[in-house]
Design a protein around this ligand. Structure first.
Ligand SMILES: [Zn+2]
Ligand SMILES: [Zn+2]
Ligand SMILES: [Zn+2]
Length: 111
């Protein structure tokens, strides 16, 4: 089960909890307030717009579909998701480097 990463709604501090904690109450380690862990456990896709280079984050359900870039308004394809061959985490198929283990996925043209 993947961990849930979210920001505390009270203090905006970043929290990472086990997916089993979804929907449960938790004491924020930053502000000590009691907050509810969100249910969202889906993977977000992080990628760059091929037209303007803007960083985009969208839900994994949009993988392989077309999206209108909010920055340049061009229609761009959302990359598909593949498991990283090194760490098994979900990454975009055209990623140059794994977001999770930072290993290079594509060799340079000169080898
Ligand atoms: Zn907090
Ligand atoms: Zn763009
Ligand atoms: Zn990896």
């Amino acid at each position: 089960m993947p961990d849930i990463s979210f920001n505390c709604p009270k203090c905006d501090g970043n929290l990472v909890v086990d997916a089993k904690g979804a929907g449960m109450e938790l004491e924020c380690p930053h502000c000590k307030d009691t907050i509810i862990v969100p249910q969202h456990v889906g993977t977000d896709i992080y990628f760059r717009c091929g037209a303007c280079g803007a960083s985009l984050v969208i839900d994994e359900q949009a993988a392989g579909m077309d999206l209108e870039c909010p920055t340049c308004q061009k229609t761009i394809p959302v990359p598909n998701l593949i498991p990283c061959p090194f760490c098994g985490e979900t990454i975009v198929s055209d990623a140059i480097k794994c977001e999770h283990c930072y290993k290079a996925l594509i060799e340079g043209p000169s080898g």
